[in-house]
Design a protein around this ligand. Sequence first.
Ligand code: 13P
Length: 255
Amino acid sequence: MAGRKPLISGNWKMNHTHLEAIAVVQKLAYSLSPADYERAEVSVHPAFTALRSVQTLLEADNIPIALGAQDVHPADSGAFTGEVSPVMLAKLNVSYVIVGHSERRQLFGETDEQVNQKLLAVLKHQMSPILCVGETLEEREAGQTEAKVLGQLQAGLAGVSAQAMGRVVIAYEPIWAIGTGRNASPEDAQAVCKAARSALGERFGTAVAAQVRVQYGGSVTPANISALMAQEDIDGALVGGASLDAEKFAQIVRW
Ligand code: 13P
């Protein structure tokens, strides 16, 4: 992680009502110390319905946890029933927005082009996108992991300037490792994160690539986080299931 401040993010997916979300953040804030926040940046990504409640709590109690969203629509406003705009998120002081999560791609048919539009919208409103990329089990077994990940990176980052890359976070999430309890080995995860960084280097220059944070996601737990974080090109984690529980998530943040 050479000079890059790690980012540990909790993606709560479609879990926790706003009341439960408040309780988790309160417990998390109680567990984490200034030294923990010094060592790593922490973000939580509640459902849209809990964003305002969590924002209010973080700001009222001066809790140095960044607020994140799980998705966004690319347009500023308009006739898009059910969608949430980047303007709305920015107004809630959202710092990080996940784009292109594999569940959005697989279950809701999001394309690379849509993911790219979302990413550009997040940047336009001065927030940081967390761009998710990752291969299926079939792709891994067919030796197509790098091609898939680098293709998603290339497409997702279309139109992004080298300067804006300073705000982009990449999350490598092999699909077969998400919610399965089967995480990628630290060495396999490192190999893909390294390949991603080197592709970023070719596109934006090595100095820019050297400061981009690359997270690993997929069945991250208190038991496997240390070995993942020991890898040179892994700069944090995007945690699903284990982030729902404040104590487990705090243990991951303290790896
Ligand atoms: P799990 O940690 O539950 O495997 O989920 C990973 C993930 O999809 C985070 O975005």
